[in-house]
Unconditional design. Structure first.
Length: 61
């Protein structure tokens, strides 16, 4: 549970840094995502999740 909380906190830190350093880019990215088809977003999310699981597995190995 501690690792899950640490991972969630790290994700919030990274997202916050992105919004703090480049708010205009993040706004454009969000607008572009709103125009992206749902299926494409779903597959991109699945791919990102799989890559993340793989990276955690490699780090814990």
């Amino acid at each position: 549970m501690n690792d899950l909380m640490t991972g969630a906190a790290l994700a919030l830190v990274l997202e916050g840094v992105c919004y703090a350093l480049m708010p205009g880019t993040m706004r454009r990215l969000a607008a572009r995502m709103a125009e992206t088809p749902t299926d494409r977003l779903r597959w991109a999310g699945l791919a990102g999740a799989c890559i993340g699981v793989g990276l955690v597995w490699l780090a814990r190995r």
